[in-house]
Design a protein around this ligand. Sequence first.
Ligand code: NAP
Ligand code: ZN
Ligand code: ZN
Length: 354
Amino acid sequence: MPQVLGYAAQNKTTPLAPFRFERRLPEPDDVQLDILYCGVCHSDLHQARDEWGGSLFPMVPGHEIVGRVIAVGSDVRKFKEGDIAAVGVMVDSCRTCTNCRDGFEQYCEQGMVGTYSSKDRRHGGVTTQGGYAQSIVTTQDFVYRMPAQLDLAAAAPLLCAGITTYSPLREWGAGPGKKVGIVGLGGLGHMGLKFAHAFGAQTVLFTTSPGKTADGKRLGADEVVVSKNDDEMKKHANSFDVLLDCVSAPHDLNAYLGLLKRDGTLALVGLPPEDMPVSPFSMITNRRRFAGSMIGGLSETQQMLDFCGEHNIVCDVEQIRIDQINEAYERMLKNDVKYRFVIAMDSLTDTLGK
Ligand code: NAP
Ligand code: ZN
Ligand code: ZN
């Protein structure tokens, strides 16, 4: 099997470092991509440090992948050599259970196969490795078409940050006449703002960082609330239809539940590694709802990419070289991301050779 170069965490305490590993040769329904850009998601950091438990090492993270097709298997009709294509958070699922058949592959009853740190059931249980690498080989059904007009580096984070915010905002009806709050202005949050605004909702950003106020407005917020300020929070009590919580660390959920009007929904997409208490009284007041959401299914992800192509929506990114990845993780922990790091993958071969 061909060897490729990537960056991996050897265990939960080591920084990421160069790593050679094997990728399978393309099978009849596989597409092989040369990776051009890969976004840096906070989930990469959570998993590289095994904060959720169950991480598989060595781990090449990365699930916001845009690349050029360099080979296709004999049964592939969807792509040809030279196409620009993308891979997101999953690379397979059972495809036969009710959830898969309904287009919710991310909730596959057998478990979706993650792009990295996952066991690939169809390939002998080998551990999947992600996008901080030269190339990836994936079944064509889990590869997306990229709208031609989008800037590729800025589009890469759509594959996770984009779909993870698009899907719940659609599901809970963010749109004209609705008051929608986005909590946390990081990679997910900034896409939440762009989508809520594009869907026509009245959009409010909640941030712990007063310095992000001007950016919040530029990215689509009609109003920005610094969440540490109790008086500002109280002004919004019982008024929201939807709140999308994109925060990566434990925080007070009851403070946000109290902002929902009757039948309003707090949708959680952030995945802090610790439990967060929910008060029963926060829930029964106003018949509130507390929901969660994980990325989006295959067809909804393609729909989101096409929507972004039509409306020219991309992410605000800071391009980095692969050897800056450990520093990028540290900056992410300090809420110092404007608003997604994206690795330019030519830096891998430039610095380390083929
Ligand atoms: P990120 O870029 O690091 O952004 C997280 C933001 O949360 C920060 O910028 C900060 O915003 C806010 N924050 C951080 N610590 C906080 C604290 N102690 N209290 C309050 N606010 C705090 O992370 P991301 O990549 O957007 O990911 C966010 C979370 O979503 C992660 O936990 C990630 O694993 C999860 N995730 C879930 C899914 C899914 O399918 N559900 C998909 C992708 C990611 P402010 O500076 O504005 O306060
Ligand atoms: Zn992600
Ligand atoms: Zn399934």
